[in-house]
Design a protein around this ligand. Structure first.
Ligand code: AMP
Ligand code: MN
Ligand code: MN
Ligand code: MN
Length: 283
């Protein structure tokens, strides 16, 4: 199938988005998306709901997740698409990846307390309910709610990024394991928003070549996290390394996200879209 408006990256309340899988399916459909994937962070708990909701509105669907990986001292995100979400090894791997979130969040709250921000752990937890899924996004919402900052991007800038008072270094999954969980369940692994990492050229080369050596096949070219110029640059990277190209808004919330579902520009025509190899995996 030829899809003209695929959106293969977004988040629901199952991770750090604000909408349910059902509301996302409806929003994707009404925004003209014709192939959709829900890619919650380190979670596949929303996949059955997303499959059903997509079916209910007549929308083609690929299973998805976005795995947190530690590489060269930074956090890298690997999107998995079109895998069999009922396979145990994927679920176990994601569970282990989520395992450290609660303790990390407690450390973050302790650091924030030192700069005068009280109650951040409980405040952030209120937004997600499950300590396994607590993320910086939930802290950001709490700091906006309590008037410390006026929007979530200000919170990240002032408190939650490397070198700032609420940032806690964390060890996520290994690159090879994340790719293996995805490919072992018959999916395709994709490097998410490559421009976000600010790697040196050598580190970026290492990421891409190691990813490919582990069996990774794709890279996001057009995403809500890239400027037009970055999309041009990573289209070249896709050509150079013979990677499949992916496209996704990274939509989290109507109030927080720069790009809505289905509002991305097209992939360059000469690239091979990742979904051309996933026809048999479409629900
Ligand atoms: P975590 O997995 O807990 O480290 O949280 C990472 C999440 O924070 C990402 O998935 C984004 O949703 C969000 N995020 C990261 N950086 C920023 C930023 N600069 N502005 C807004 N949200 C961000
Ligand atoms: Mn997120
Ligand atoms: Mn990401
Ligand atoms: Mn994302």
């Amino acid at each position: 199938m030829n899809y003209s408006n695929a959106d293969l990256h977004c988040h629901s309340i199952v991770s750090d988005g604000t909408l349910t899988p059902e509301a996302l399916a409806q929003r994707a459909k009404s925004n003209g998306v014709d192939l959709w994937s829900l890619t919650d962070h380190d979670e596949i708990g929303g996949q059955d709901r997303a499959i059903k909701a997509a079916q209910a509105v007549g929308l083609a669907y690929l299973t998805g997740t976005e795995i947190s990986v530690s590489f060269a001292g930074k956090t890298v995100h690997i999107v998995g698409l079109g895998f069999d979400h009922t396979q145990a090894s994927m679920a176990e791997g994601l569970l282990a990846t989520r395992g450290g979130r609660e303790e990390r969040a407690q450390d973050m709250a302790a650091q924030l307390e030192k700069v005068g921000i009280k109650g951040a752990y409980d405040g952030a937890l209120k937004y997600v309910g499950n300590p396994e899924l607590i993320s910086r996004t939930h802290f950001a919402r709490f700091l906006v709610e309590s008037g410390v900052c006026s929007d979530t991007s200000e919170v990240f800038r002032k408190y939650l990024t490397e070198g700032k008072p609420g940032f806690v270094e964390h060890k996520w999954a290994q690159l090879g394991n994340a790719v293996k969980w995805i490919t072992g369940a018959n999916g395709i692994a994709v490097i998410a928003h490559p421009a976000r990492y600010a790697f040196s050229p050598n580190e970026e080369y290492a990421l891409i070549t190691e990813f490919i050596a582990h069996g990774g096949r794709g890279i996001e070219v057009v995403t809500g996290s890239h400027t037009e110029a970055e999309a041009v640059r990573y289209a070249d990277v896709a050509r150079e390394f013979n990677l499949l190209a992916s496209r996704g808004s990274d939509f989290h919330s109507p109030h927080e996200s720069r790009l809505d579902l289905g509002s991305l520009s097209a992939l360059p025509r000469d690239l091979t879209p990742v979904w051309t190899l996933l026809n048999e995996r479409v629900h």
